[in-house]
Design a protein around this ligand. Structure first.
Ligand code: GLC
Length: 542
């Protein structure tokens, strides 16, 4: 499929895109402060602070920020770029440092309200701190520093095809502003709107894009997850500013209520009451190897290898309740697909993706062991991968599809995870061909593949998170699987359609409606892995 040029107008900003202050707030690398606007410009701007599992309404520092000239005429926002929010009359809002927002200008007046309703105002004459610790700043120096920071960041951006450039610049900006200091490193959060922590598999996908412009930062994302490995070998679901989420006992209360609504809804199975470990799908060795391929770093491989080995072993030791050698997810969040209809059938499940990932992990552990000069170990991993793939096919391939189990019993839902064994590149040719045919059938293929639930499954809902919408990680892994399984044409088609969908929808959303290509109604914006995987896919099709 040949790409059609993007219909979007030539962007006015020198950064290649504008911030709208709604989906794309004004914020900075390392800053928790966000500047947003409401639907009506007369309501002014709001400044709030991103924090783990806290709504912005609870962290709002000020609202109703408006600027007027000396005669009292409003000075509207003229433009918003990564560097500044520029009002008419030469007034600007800039980050002096990640903790400090300043207002600069002369002869104008700013007004705003505190959360308790108290009115505040300021006659502008130079550079004034609006949010953050008191300090003296010089407007030209603050602007020059901000311009320098962004010029450096954009200089590292991987080159992409011209029709993808505007969205790619937005994606590269998203990756920068989603960086926050977390647990002693710079961690990339999935979104400052609602996901303020380092989520396990998100971090791995983020690393896949950061490797192109800042491999050390890519390695940091992986280290943030691996350094918080639990004594039993499991990797936590989330690393955040107060600790980790690694078991149901760490879950925010609202999550228990949300899970109780749908887990077991199809057959009355109840959510587990005893504490259960919570993690994310195993892809760490896969991500480590991708970063190494772009920027070889043998000491890094040596440092992470023992942790990767223990993480892999955990699934077989602690997450395979029936001991059949095919691990299961013990919690919806561990699958990363929180509300997938797979979970309508009970609190533990084995969709075919998990064992596919474990097979690829064994292959990447083999690659790593080989680079580390341990050929016997590498051979053992290779044999593990082959044996695991044989077991998956022997036990779960029914002649037409891979079975999804919930609490040990087959369930009728058909999800995109059924196709994930392609990711292994280790299927018998006829099985791989059958999966490719299914993926390219009307059940999954359309202008915007791949729905996370088959279009013709009764559970399909185009707007509900993991019950139908398109997610970039699923498409990315399936495209890689098609390639590895010998279907480069299908892989290229999936990449092109995925890139076109993101290019044309307008932003880096969490997920998209596969029928319309619109942002999911409850999907967050500025989503890290959508930004990351869009960029990496764009690199692949150059
Ligand atoms: C949602 C997704 C999960 C992801 C997390 C952070 O819970 O279902 O897969 O890791 O958000 O982005």
């Amino acid at each position: 499929m040949s790409p059609s040029p993007s219909p979007s107008p030539v962007p006015s900003s020198r950064y290649g895109f504008e911030l709208d202050l709604v989906e794309r707030p004004f914020t900075e690398r390392g800053a928790r402060l966000l500047v947003t606007a409401g639907a009506d410009p007369a309501d002014g701007l709001r400044v709030a602070r991103a924090a783990y599992e806290t709504p912005l309404a609870a962290t709002t520092e000020l609202t109703g920020l408006l600027v007027h000239d000396a005669a009292g005429n409003p000075l509207p926002v003229r433009s918003a770029t990564p560097v500044e929010v520029a009002f008419a009359g030469g007034v600007s809002l800039l980050f002096a440092d990640p903790a400090t927002l300043v207002l600069t200008g002369h002869g104008a007046r700013a007004s705003w309200r505190l959360p308790d309703g108290t009115a505040r105002g300021l006659a502008l004459d130079g550079c004034h701190v609006l949010a953050g610790p008191p300090g003296e700043w010089s407007a030209p120096a603050v602007r020059a520093a901000a311009e320098g920071r962004w010029a450096d960041w954009f200089a590292r951006m991987p080159a992409v095809r011209p029709d993808l450039a505007e969205r790619a610049r937005m994606a590269w900006w998203t990756l920068a502003v989603n960086l926050l200091p977390i647990a002693g490193r710079e961690g990339l959060v999935p979104s400052k709107y609602g996901y303020v922590g380092v989520w396990n598999w998100d971090a791995l996908f983020h690393a896949v894009a950061l490797r192109h412009g800042d491999p050390a930062l890519a390695r940091d994302q992986i280290l943030l997850v691996l350094e918080h490995q639990l004594p039993d070998g499991r990797l936590p679901d989330v690393v955040h500013e107060h600790g980790v989420l690694a078991a149901t006992t760490d879950l925010p209360r609202a999550d228990h209520a949300r899970l109780a609504e749908h887990v077991g809804s199809a057959n009355g199975a109840r959510p587990e009451r005893a504490p259960v470990p919570v993690t994310k799908p195993p892809l760490a060795a896969w991500a480590v190897w991708k970063v190494h391929e772009t920027d070889p770093d043998v000491p890094f491989l040596a440092a992470v290898y023992p942790r990767l080995v223990r993480a892999h072993a955990w699934w077989f030791a602690a997450s395979d309740p029936d001991g059949d050698g095919l691990p299961e997810y013990l919690h919806p969040y561990s699958s990363g697909l929180d509300d997938s209809p797979v979970w309508d059938y009970g609190p533990r499940a084995e969709p075919p993706d998990l064992n596919s990932y474990l097979i690829v992990e064994a292959d990447r552990l083999a690659d790593i062991a080989a680079v580390l000069g341990r050929p016997a170990e590498a051979a053992r991993w290779r044999e593990r991968a082959a044996a695991h793939a044989r077991l998956l096919v022997d036990r779960r391939w029914d002649g037409t599809r891979f079975t999804t189990l919930a609490a040990g019993a087959p369930v009728p839902v058909r999800t995109a995870l059924d196709l994930m064994p392609l990711f292994t590149g280790r299927l018998p040719a006829e099985v791989a061909a059958a999966l490719e045919r299914t993926l390219r059938s009307p059940a999954y293929w359309g202008e915007r593949p791949v729905p996370t639930v088959a279009f013709d499954d009764p559970a399909f809902d185009p707007d509900a998170m993991w019950r139908g919408p398109v997610w970039l990680n699923v498409n990315y892994l399936l495209a890689e699987g098609l390639e590895r399984s010998g279907f480069p044409g299908a892989a290229a088609g999936l990449r092109e359609r995925t890139l076109a969908m993101v290019r044309d929808a307008g932003g880096l959303y969490e997920y998209w409606n596969p029928l319309t290509g619109a942002r999911g109604p409850r999907a967050t914006s500025g989503f890290g892995w959508s930004a990351a995987l869009f960029l990496d896919l764009a690199r692949q099709i150059r």
